[in-house]
Each structure stands twice: as C-alpha cells, then as structure tokens.
Design a protein around this ligand. Structure first.
Ligand code: HSE
Length: 308
C-alpha cells in the first residue's frame, strides 16, 4: 500500500510574528510513503525534482532525512518501529529560500505515514510532531491546515493553532532570488536576548496585525508589518530588501513587504493589482544587484495538506 499527499509552500513570520505567524501558498510538494514488499530492505528515499527547485542534492537520503525522522516519531507515538519503508519526495517548492520546503516535506511524510497506519494520530499530534522536528510551528501549521495560521509552541510540546480568514483581495507576491540562505545561518545571527522596548514594539505590531487581517483593514495593515526581532539583523543578508521597503513605503494598494520566513525570498502584500503597478520598479532593484528574481503572485492557499 502507498499513500501520496500534496503539501503547500508557506511564508512565515509576516514581519512581527516571529516563529508564530504563517500562511500557505499554492506551490506544492508531493510526498509518497509506501511499505516496501522486500523485508529487510530498510529505508529508501528518492527525491524527484519537478521543476527548478535548486539544491536538492544537499537533502540527505538516509535516516538523517527530516521526513524519515518525523515518520519515526509518529511510529514511536503509536508504539511501533519503522522497518521497511520507501519515501518519494517530488519537489516543486524552492529549497533554502524561505518558502517552507522543509515544513512541507515533514508534514507530508507525517500525513502519508499516518494514513498508512490507519490514521491513529489526530491533527494535534501531527502538528506537535512536525513542530518538534522543524523547531517552530509557523510553517508547519499553515502547511497542514492551509490559510493564515497563528500558532504557539507550548512548554508541554503541544501546539496551539488558530486560523483566521485572509482577505480575498490581499494578494501575495513572492520575490524568489537566485541565491540560497540556510535557515540555520539566518537564525544564528539573531541575538540571544533583546530589550524590553523591542519586545513591546513587536507585541503591539503583531496584535494590531491580527486585528487588521480580522477586520480586513488595509490601512491598518500597512502600519503593522515592521518588526525589531529578526528583520533588522537579517536584512543585510537579503539583497534589495532595504531599497524595496523604501520604494513600497507610499505606494497605493501595496500593504508592505517582509522577509519570507528566514529569507532570502521577500513577500509583498498588496491589494488587487497593487503589485503589478510597481513591478517594473521592483525588478530594477534586483537588476541593480545582479540578482535574478523569480516573481510570482498568488491568492492564499486555503486547503492545506491533501491526500491525492
Ligand atoms: N520563524 C522561522 C525563522 C521561519 O524566522 O527563523 C524559518 O524557518
């Protein structure tokens, strides 16, 4: 028996919501998990590149693979051990770009393995295992449920998650550059501690941001996308981000731009065709840096992971 699932890409943080806000985008990886017929064949991991997803060679294909690790935790949860299993990952989400490719394969592996086992784990368990493997819930929650998710990794290992309706006319444009940024590096440059002033700044921005989405208030949203926890430290690693922020600051129907997850992709949020009106000026910024940028505009993805 084998099970294949389709899992969306995600963009995390949305500025002030470091490690807790994320939303899903309609770019998909497909993950197939199957029991192998030959006993003793162990774990087999195949990666198929569906389009230009860049550095897939760096993904481990043994027990160190994060999908395998997640599946092993699920089997342990139900009191079993993983024996002979084949995992096939068909990648379409660019890797090491800040679009949740690791969250997508973790969630996909868990969903598929859970179905193979007869669905012993509920969504809360899958979310908690996925968060344990990923380290934070802001990508795995929207990868699992779709939409705009707020999530909190609790001290007991459980994860709280709320989904809030994203305004239909708020479009999401991702600017995916042709260079990589490893999340481990982008996290390692963050300070160990921050001032209470910066913490208070983020709490007020993040609170107002959630209200802006809830009430679909674009003018309020424009004031809520800044933060002091991660972007000030990371922006020197993201070519063009500073210039882009300045360019977009006063454009009609552009709500703002943020680093997507740990970067280097940048997310621009705009109303209707707001981004199209500024696209040429945006392209110029990246041309000046000699960076090829794949620019794609989407509606939010609301379905999350699906068995196909
Ligand atoms: N919240 C995470 C970070 C997302 O900013 O490091 C990237 O995995």
């Amino acid at each position: 028996m084998k099970v294949t699932v389709k899992v969306p890409a995600t963009t995390a943080n949305l500025g002030p919501g470091f490690d807790c806000l994320g939303l899903a985008l309609p770019i998909y990886n497909e993950i197939t998990v199957e029991e192998t017929v030959m006993p003793g064949s162990g774990v087999e991991i195949n990666i198929i590149e569906d389009s230009e997803t860049y550095d897939i060679l760096s993904i481990p294909k043994d027990e160190n693979n994060i999908v395998y690790k997640a599946i092993e935790l699920l089997y342990n949860f139900v009191g079993q051990t993983v024996s002979d299993i084949k995992i096939t990952i068909k990648t379409n989400i660019p890797v090491t770009r800040g679009l949740g490719s690791s969250a997508s394969v973790i969630v996909g592996g868990l969903m598929a393995a859970n179905k193979l086992l007869g669905n012993p784990a509920d969504e809360a368990v899958l979310l908690s295992i996925a968060t344990e493997v990923e380290g934070h819930p802001d990508n795995v929650a929207p990868a699992l449920f779709g939409g705009f998710c707020l999530s909190s990794f609790e001290d007991d290992g459980s994860v709280l998650c709320s989904k809030i309706l994203w305004p239909e006319d708020w479009k999401l444009t991702v600017l995916i550059p042709d260079y990589e940024l490893d999340t481990k590096i982008a996290r390692s440059i963050l300070p160990e501690s921050i001032t209470i002033k910066d913490a208070a700044y983020n709490i007020r921005k993040c609170s107002m941001l959630i209200d802006a989405v809830y009430r679909q208030d674009a003018e309020l949203m424009k004031k809520c996308l800044s933060d002091k926890l991660h972007q000030p430290y990371r922006e020197r690693l993201i070519k063009g981000f500073k210039e882009l922020k300045e360019l977009l600051a006063n454009k009609d129907d552009v709500l703002g731009c943020v680093i997507s997850g740990a970067g280097p992709t940048i997310l621009v949020i705009s109303k209707n065709d707001g981004f199209e009106k500024v696209e040429n000026e945006v392209r110029q910024i990246f041309e000046d840096y000699n960076v090829n940028c794949d620019i794609r505009t989407f509606d939010i993805e609301n379905e999350g992971t699906k068995v196909i």
